[in-house]
Ligand binder design. Structure first.
Ligand SMILES: Cc1ncc(COP(=O)(O)O)c(C=O)c1O
Length: 474
């Protein structure tokens, strides 16, 4: 069965007629099926276009989800109304992805298998079509998610004990990845403007690189601040890095998420001198909620950089076939899905901005430029709750009473709190939501919380109302 877009989108729409575009039936409560029966055109059966209903959300409780089930597993005595921690989404994925995976399941043989033959072509096409960015097809490498590629690069280009520069606040797992590479983070704390946007402290950025740092991880758009870096900002970073032979490791996993018509600029599209001294990392995992497939890709316009990563031991020619099929379908058919999702997520962000301003002004928040992650300024709330004192009181109590916690790997230790993790606990105990403490994101994160907005509006409203009740009860 061929998919809609490989045949002829215009033909299909003409064939279904206006009435079909209204759409009535819902599938598993999560999608509107536009068009009733499969169409027979030129001996091809075409699946009716299914528009995903983001407002329906997706119930993930009981699916082994990290966001809901893992949090509940570690906090069995708590009621969890809304998981808003880890960066994935509570939406149905692109229906074409599911169809293609179901079709593959029908072949009951799982021997060695090539990736879909048009996969790299579709990676190139997606980046060109959506961002006018050229990806050199022959220089694409697979990776088991994005961090796998970043780790391989650190190991190939650096050595034990090297320092890796991060603009902070920055994605928490970069710190772990840098440590896995036996390296250390160097943090250049950004400056927060009055409008909530973060800007680079250029003097500090350059001073740090001048000390001999050769590896810089760029996060574009930036998790957790939401910055969509402008071309000027990226060029300035690139010029400093190039002048000091510092490699730009451009993690652009969040590129498909922009709010309010903001723009993502691909770092490698800025010109040859930037492209030649960088490696870029992407995947469909955030964009289409495919993170469990562990499928990503990386590329560089500089062939010697790709060879260096390969020589460093990064051999991922064959990934799990289901992840590659899923990614391929998403790249082929996902444009409308991403556009509609961005509109939905922008409205979510605006909703939370207004809610905070009108009903819980103790928390400050401005809609971010990119990503679906809200960076909430909870400094006033932290002060009101006196989180530092509360955390140290709890630590004394837990030590005296041998109150322990067991982590995911089964390691048990005395349960300890910081100001940020106390605030996280407070949110779970009092607002029944799980969100991440800003201190996990490095310098500049204290007193902030990162809240994942990628859920349906009704769930978001529930979370916000829960916070409002909790704050009113202080
Ligand atoms: C900036 C950034 N990079 C990488 C990742 C993780 O990517 P993966 O699961 O593909 O390794 C995330 C997930 O939240 C992220 O926000």
């Amino acid at each position: 069965m061929k998919s809609l877009s490989t045949i002829n989108r215009r033909f299909f729409i003409k064939g279904t007629g206006v009435a079909a575009l209204v759409g009535t039936a819902t599938l598993t409560g999560c999608a509107e099926q536009v068009g009733s029966e499969p169409q027979q055109i030129d001996n091809e059966t075409i699946t009716p276009y299914e528009k995903v209903n983001f407002d329906a959300g997706y119930n993930r409780v009981g699916t082994n989800s990290v966001k809901f089930d893992m949090i509940k597993m570690f906090n069995p005595d708590n009621q969890l109304d809304v998981g808003m921690g880890i960066a994935d989404m509570d939406f149905r994925t692109l229906p074409q992805v599911t169809s293609a995976l179901k079709k593959r399941l029908e072949t009951e043989n799982w021997g060695y298998e090539l990736p879909p033959l048009d996969y790299s072509k579709n990676i190139v096409a997606w980046n060109k079509r959506r961002y006018d960015a050229d990806v050199p097809q022959g220089n694409i490498l697979n990776s088991v998610g994005v961090l796998d590629g970043v780790l391989s690069t650190l190991k190939a280009f650096g050595k034990d004990g090297d320092r890796v520069l991060l603009l902070t606040p920055n994605y928490s797992s970069f710190f772990a990845t840098i440590h896995q590479a036996n390296m250390y983070e160097a943090e250049s704390e950004m400056i927060r403007n009055d409008d909530g946007r973060y800007v680079v402290d250029w003097d500090d950025f350059e001073a740090q690189i001048s000390t001999g740092i050769k590896l810089y991880i760029l996060c574009n758009p930036q998790n957790p601040t939401g910055n969509c870096w402008t071309a000027d900002e990226l060029r300035r970073m690139g010029d400093i890095c190039n002048a000091h032979d510092c490699l730009v490791i451009a993690d652009e996993i969040h590129c498909d998420f922009v709010t309010n018509g903001n723009k993502y600029v691909a770092y490698a599209s800025l010109g040859d001198k930037y492209a030649q001294n960088s490696i870029s990392y992407k995947s469909t995992s955030k964009s289409f909620n495919l993170a469990s497939h562990r499928t990503g890709y990386m590329f560089s316009h500089n062939r010697s950089y790709i060879d260096k990563v390969l020589k460093g031991g990064h051999q991922r020619l064959l990934l799990n076939i289901m992840g590659m099929i899923a990614s391929n379908e998403a790249l082929k058919h996902g444009d409308d899905y991403i556009d509609e999702q961005n509109l939905y997520l922008t409205e979510n962000a605006k909703y939370v901005e207004k809610f905070c301003a009108d009903r819980i002004p103790i928390i400050k928040y401005q809609v971010q430029e990119g990503t679906y992650l809200a960076w909430l300024d909870c400094r006033e709330l932290s002060e009101k709750l006196d989180v530092e004192t509360k955390a140290s009181e709890l630590n004394i109590y837990n030590k005296a009473n041998n109150v322990t916690a067991t982590d995911f790997f089964g390691v048990t230790s005395i349960k300890t709190y910081t100001g940020g993790s106390y605030l996280k606990k407070w949110m779970l105990d009092n607002a029944r939501i799980d969100i991440n403490p800003g201190e996990n994101y490095g310098k500049g994160g204290d007193g902030f919380m990162r809240m994942n907005l990628a859920t349906n509006r009704a769930t978001l409203l529930k979370a916000m109302e829960n916070i409002e009740i909790a704050i009113n009860n202080i």
